[in-house]
Write a protein that binds this ligand. Sequence first.
Ligand SMILES: [Zn+2]
Length: 329
Amino acid sequence: MINLLLFLFFIACVSIAATLVVENPGIVKMHWFDYQVETSVAFIIFAILISAVLIVLLTLIIRLIFNAPSRFMERRNVRQLKSGITELTYSISALASSNIDAADTHIRKVEKLLGNTPLTILLSAQIAKTKGDEAKTQKLLEQLLEYKETEYLAARSLSDSANKQDNLPKALVMAKKAHSIDPKNAASALAVISLQTRLGHWDEAISNIHSLKIPRREKNRIRAFISLERGKSLIENSRDEEALSLTKNILSTLPKFPPALDFCAEVYERNQQATKAKKLRVKLGQLQQGKWLCKSCGHTQDSWKLHCESCMEMDSLGQPENSINNVSN
Ligand SMILES: [Zn+2]
């Protein structure tokens, strides 16, 4: 409404000015060197208006010409983005339906359209892993370490891969990197502790248990298991007195755990404490010792170890009717 009133006011002003000029045409004279120009006031006003319109039109045309390349690029980028998302959708759909070759074909198109983004590299890594191309998977995972969005996943995956290849030092480096990215994640902290235990870095493993975001009872249980593994390593190297110093903690936390009783009995025997050893042997005879079952991969083995011999998962072995969790109660 206000705009309409302003427009009507503008039209009225123009009409009044036009009437004034027609009724009082006047004459404008200009002298320039030897020339003399004589014209009416109406012509001068008309010339000024036409000049103003031409200047505005010229400015708009120049702006359009200068902006044309960037607008062209913008439109091309939008088209590429739409095509890239479409190809990405095709690739994910093909991967989900186990059509790996089609997924690979579409992801190559995505790389051409969108370049190397964390998402395209991630999907390429998944495709390479599904195809069993371990070298390419590793290369792509290392690229993913460079992106904040994917560095944790890449570090965990590289650690798991090195673990499976028995390259424990590299697995530990990558596990520590993942833990530093997400220090509150109990799974990444446990992965570090598990590798430190397998490498015999006992003190570091024990000290890292303090930072675990799990109940204290669970911490004590894991600490006792690590002490048990450490103790086995000590008696293998005939360091019997050092092994003896671990028995108190192990027995107080795992009083009904057969491998703990067996270990402590052996340590007592090696340190000439026959009475204590015999007492533990009697207790051991009352407990069930069947095969050990890995709750992670289903592997069975005759003797208990902190890590499954098949999948190397930590604290995954239990007895079918007498799990580790139960015997430690
Ligand atoms: Zn297993």
